[in-house]
Design a protein around this ligand. Structure first.
Ligand code: NAP
Length: 244
């Protein structure tokens, strides 16, 4: 994928799941440098490549975001991948879990966008990719707090896309269905693996598709929502009430 060749990229939550898969795919795409960030550097895989620069970053901690920005001034592509999911419905779910999802997925990602927007503008043409979720379109009540945080993030992503439209920064929203990572370790669904998902997402970015649904399950849900939002709500209602 030519557009990633010789680029400097920063990825949040790069130690596992889709984030780690982005790193592998971008190394194969001849990126020049990749800042791989995660909360605990002891958990970072050894990518065994000189182009890798590991940095400690919890996206909810202002000081760490500020240090990361100072270090990664040459970033041309920012992938806001880090995310958290606390299960639970809206009426009985654990409120502290909901707060954490909102703090990481929404406010943490906003902090990253605010901190890196000047750098991306300076290094234009540049790319901002936010990993959102199909749950941004319609909530699955068993993960209601997560869905609300991703709906908020999707809205923020669309705002920032418009805000940055004339600056040379292209903004991408990625809304996957279910991918086979730790986030879904309780699920027995048949899910695509994160490596192939990361490659598909990057291929869509290379094609300039600004709203990306990389997997088949997500695409079916997105098609239902586009036809009639109530159709996706019905799919999620059936899932929630165990009717399928
Ligand atoms: N898997 C899916 O089905 C699916 C579907 C739609 C969207 N997504 C989104 O895709 C992204 C990647 O998820 P995944 O499936 O790869 O999940 P995952 O395997 O659970 O990985 C989550 C990543 O986010 C990091 N993280 C959590 N809180 C953080 C914080 N405060 N600061 C920095 N990093 C933090 C985790 O770090 P630690 O190792 O330190 O916890 C981990 O690296 C998330 O935004 C998720 O919401 C996933």
């Amino acid at each position: 994928m030519q557009i990633f060749k010789d680029k400097v990229i920063l990825i949040t939550g790069a130690n596992r799941g889709i984030g780690k898969s982005f790193v592998k795919a971008l190394l194969n795409s001849e990126a020049r440098k990749i800042y791989v960030t995660c909360r605990d550097l002891k958990k970072m895989p050894a990518f065994d490549d000189d182009r890798i620069v590991p940095l400690q970053l919890d996206i909810t901690v202002d000081k760490q975001v500020a240090v990361t920005v100072m270090t990664a001034q040459d970033t041309e592509i920012l992938i806001n991948n880090a995310g958290a999911l606390s299960p639970g419905n809206m009426l009985q779910g654990d409120l502290s879990g909901m707060e954490n999802d909102l703090n990481v997925n929404y406010f943490g990602t906003i902090k990253m966008m605010r901190a890196f927007a000047p750098i991306l503008i300076k290094n234009k043409p540049s790319i901002l990719i936010n990993i959102v979720s199909i749950a941004a379109y319609s909530p699955l009540p068993s993960i209601a707090g997560y869905a609300a945080s991703k709906a908020a993030l999707y809205s923020a992503t669309q705002s920032v896309r418009i805000e940055l439209a004339k600056t040379g920064v292209s903004v991408y929203a990625v809304n996957p269905g279910a991918i086979d990572t730790d986030m879904n370790k309780e699920s027995d669904w048949d899910m695509p693996d994160p490596d192939s998902t990361a490659v598909k997402i990057l291929a869509c970015v290379a094609l300039g598709k600004s709203d990306i649904v990389p997997d088949e399950m997500g695409q079916e849900m997105y098609a239902a929502w586009r036809e009639e939002p109530a159709k996706l709500a019905k799919i999620f209602s059936d899932l929630y009430h165990g009717e399928n």
